[in-house]
Design a protein around this ligand. Structure first.
Ligand code: ATP
Ligand code: MG
Length: 413
């Protein structure tokens, strides 16, 4: 049975007119001291109190089953138990719903204080020194601390739910990657192969018109294949599964290869590409195919955004202070307005998607992949541009990647 005090005694009103009503359970076998605490709390200018007083641990546990309290004040030495045991019992019964507990002790003493802290008490006060101000402050702090703990607990739960969802999405992305690579890319490769066989007249002669149409079909296959490759890379980046196959390699040779790869399209549009890289560039520790992918995307972008008759300049230099190689791709094209400069590295972002012609249409993935590939190498990809005056993309690559970075990115070299 709950041994509460008389009804009039069980309620206490303070001078406060608009303060919060705080529900406090007071556990002390000394009724005089309970009265004193009531008087202390009645002086609180900020809050009103609804106080229930009980004399034993057992009664305290019963009271908590009947009513919800904002705070419990408990004497350290009760006739049937210790104040700290009351906390343990309540934790067992109420779990996370346990209100904050302030422990009071007549004797004080370091041992009791340590005991109280270990038992999760929100505060510990010596009865000798307690005053109206210190008691009210202690209750207020205990409640605020408990609310904060609850908020953190709730946030942790939300984070844990978000983490589970993230794991599920990661799993879905992985499946998506497998679906694309097996279900779509394989038949696409077969389709390309069949078209080549027909174009090469292996199964019979074709007309010039048919050859031209087959050529377009092959280009479309290549375009779709490139888009799928980008999506696959994206899935790998999302899941941290993009693996770099690094070795020391020459950036000059790589640049020449990339320029040769786009020379045809550039020539068609009367765009000149010059390479004025310096000769004394050391080999760098890179995944050559990935860096070629980055440089090719920069060259393709430059071609796409440069008028016929314009020029593109590739320049690479070694800087000994930073021990980095800088590859710059500059064009005399349309440039990029300032408000788009940061956003062009976002996934699927294109300044003017409508301007993409059918033949050179991209997904807006190239730069986001390029920047991540640069970062995986311990480098970076930056842009400088003036609208109407062309753009320069700067790829910085450290000559040697530190061990630390490998671990950070969980790479397999
Ligand atoms: N050299 C450039 N000059 C002007 N705008 C550029 C240049 N390079 C990129 N951009 C702008 O940045 C956008 C994003 O480029 P990104 O390479 O990521 O995508 P994309 O070329 O449109 O498609 P994808 O590379 O996926 O085939 C482009 O759509 C374009 O608006
Ligand atoms: Mg691109």
């Amino acid at each position: 049975m709950v041994k509460t005090e008389s009804k009039t005694d069980a309620r206490c009103t303070s001078n406060s007119t608009d303060g919060t009503l705080l529900r406090v359970l007071m556990v002390d076998d000394d009724s005089m001291y309970r009265q004193l605490c009531r008087r202390f709390l009645a002086k609180d200018p900020e809050n009103s109190y609804h106080i229930v007083g009980v004399a034993s641990a057992e009664a305290a546990i019963d009271a908590c089953q009947l009513e919800v309290f904002d705070c419990i004040i408990v004497d350290y030495l009760l006739p049937d138990s210790l104040g700290t045991d009351v906390i343990a019992d309540l934790e067992l019964q109420m779990g996370e719903a346990i209100p904050p507990v302030v422990i009071l002790t007549a004797g004080g003493g370091e041992e009791a204080a340590t005991h109280a802290v270990r038992a999760n008490a929100a505060d510990f006060l010596s009865k000798r020194d307690v005053s109206s101000a210190s008691l009210c402050r202690s209750i207020k702090n205990a409640i605020e601390k408990s609310q904060l703990k609850t908020a953190i607990r709730n946030r942790n739960k939300e984070l844990s739910v978000a983490y589970t969802q993230l794991q599920q999405s990661t799993e879905e992305i992985k499946n998506f990657y497998h679906t694309i690579s097996h279900e779509v890319k394989t038949p696409l490769t077969a389709l390309r192969e069949f078209l080549s066989i027909i174009t090469d007249e292996v199964v019979g002669p074709i007309t010039e018109e048919q050859r031209e149409l087959l050529g377009f079909s092959l280009e479309s296959c290549d375009q779709i294949s490139e888009h799928f490759n980008d999506l696959i890379d994206l899935a790998r980046l999302e899941t941290g599964k993009l693996r770099l196959k690094r070795k020391m390699d020459s950036s000059s040779r790589l640049i020449k290869r990339c320029i040769a790869g786009v020379a045809g399209i550039a020539a068609e549009q009367n765009i000149t590409i010059t390479d004025d890289s310096s000769d004394d560039i050391p080999d760098i520790d890179i995944d050559s195919n990935r860096i070629a992918q980055v440089v090719s995307n920069l060259l393709n972008n430059a071609i796409k955004h440069t008028e016929a008759g314009g020029c593109i300049r590739v320049n690479s230099v070694y800087e000994s202070i930073s021990d980095c190689v800088f590859i710059r791709v500059s064009d005399s094209g349309c440039g990029i307005e300032e408000q788009h400069l940061n956003r062009i590295f976002d996934r699927l972002y294109q300044v003017d998607p409508k301007a993409e012609t059918e033949l050179n249409a991209g997904l807006g993935l190239g730069l986001s992949i390029a920047r991540e590939v640069a970062q995986l190498h311990g480098g970076e990809l930056l842009v400088e541009s003036q609208h109407g005056e062309g753009s320069t993309f700067i790829l910085r690559l450290p000559v040697a990647v530190t061990q630390n970075l490998e671990t950070n990115f969980k790479l397999v070299g």
